[in-house]
Design a protein around this ligand. Structure first.
Ligand code: P6P
Length: 332
């Protein structure tokens, strides 16, 4: 394969970005790579494997019916990360408590193993979202909750896997964003989207507009602004909402846009989880020249107090998030 760089080669090439890391970080990313391939294989058959698809009969901490593929994906990522002995603890949307792994591990992983899983049965793209931190407690001791409750600005790496028309792994270690497409014919992820960045301007807004009247006046005013005809400012924008965060985010980072999940009267802190949805995508967004906010401040500056805490979330082109924040500042 001339001139094709695989994810494995890329990880090794970039290893020098982690001085002092004796390849542990590369092992962690390789574990995520492996689990992504395994989950992709099952997701692509989801319509066929009745034993995989459909509610698992259990609920997660959010009280949401767990789809069997949720449970399967969760187990695969936990197993792959545990096997590499570089992770001391894992926080997952599917587990009420954090999972202690290996006292000698140096890293923490927070993840949503299969986001958007309510879309599995209707064949809509879904995704995995992950975030990596250095532990705060001493190596060799048991992991603590404080190891997880770090600001998003402390992330070492973040990324997502989108299981769509093709499976892609997109991640950053703080030196830009790179996308890799899985080639099932040879079983490797190949670099297909180097140095991803938002276009200079965006005109897609992604929000469940069923929440319009449940949202603040500032959010309502922004939606009306997006719908107003004004050719000089490229409006009306285009509404696109898949109902799968990773799919909406991935489209917007490529085409330009803003994803919005505001606080509503039904969800006063918003719906999305800070640790394993908002922060990892915020890291990617900022590395791609974009912005991520809770409507008032930088999302990665929020000091977490709970593992599964939620936050209002606006992420995408900087100019679009700035405009949204201005409406909230003036209208509440
Ligand atoms: P709603 C999926 O459950 C999810 O967490 C995101 O992937 C998605 O963007 C959002 O919730 C959809 O929520 O309330 O619009 O159905």
């Amino acid at each position: 394969m001339e001139n094709v760089k695989t994810l494995g080669e890329f990880i090794i090439d970039k290893q020098q970005d982690f001085p002092g890391s004796s390849g542990e970080f590369s092992k962690l990313l390789s574990a995520i790579r492996l689990a992504s391939k395994i989950v992709s294989n099952q997701v692509n058959k989801a319509g066929l494997l009745s034993h995989i698809v459909g509610a698992a009969g259990s609920d997660n901490i959010q009280g949401e019916a767990q789809q069997k593929l949720d449970v399967y994906a969760n187990n695969q990522f936990i197993k792959a990360l545990t096997a590499r002995k570089v992770v001391c603890g894992i926080a997952s949307e599917e587990n009420d408590e954090f999972i202690p792994v290996d006292n000698d591990g140096s890293y923490i992983v927070a993840m949503d193993p299969l986001d958007g899983s309510s879309n599995i049965d209707v064949n809509v793209s879904i995704g995995t979202i992950f975030s990596v931190y250095k532990r705060l407690s001493p190596v060799g001791t048991p992991v603590t909750e404080a190891d997880f409750l770090q600001k998003g600005t402390a992330q070492l790496a973040a990324g997502y896997v989108i299981y769509g028309s093709s499976t892609m792994l997109v991640y950053t270690t703080g030196n830009g964003v790179n996308g890799f497409t899985f080639d099932p014919g040879i079983g490797v992820f190949v670099l297909s989207h180097p140095n991803m960045s938002f276009p200079s301007r965006g005109k897609i807004y992604s929000m469940n507009e069923g929440n319009f009247y449940r949202s603040s006046k500032g959010v309502q005013e922004y939606i009306r602004y997006a719908q107003t005809i004004d050719e000089a400012t490229n409006r009306p924008y285009t509404g696109r909402y898949i109902g799968s965060l990773v799919a909406d985010f991935h489209r917007n980072i490529i085409k330009g846009g803003i994803y919005m999940y505001p606080a509503t009267d039904a969800a006063p802190n918003g719906k999305l989880r800070l640790m394993y949805e908002c922060n990892p995508l915020a890291f990617l967004a900022e590395q791609a020249g974009g912005k991520a906010s809770d409507g008032i401040k930088r999302i990665m500056e929020i000091i977490p107090t709970e593992l599964h805490q939620r936050a209002p979330y606006f992420v995408g082109n900087t100019d679009m998030v700035d405009t949204l924040e201005a409406f909230i500042a003036s209208k509440g």
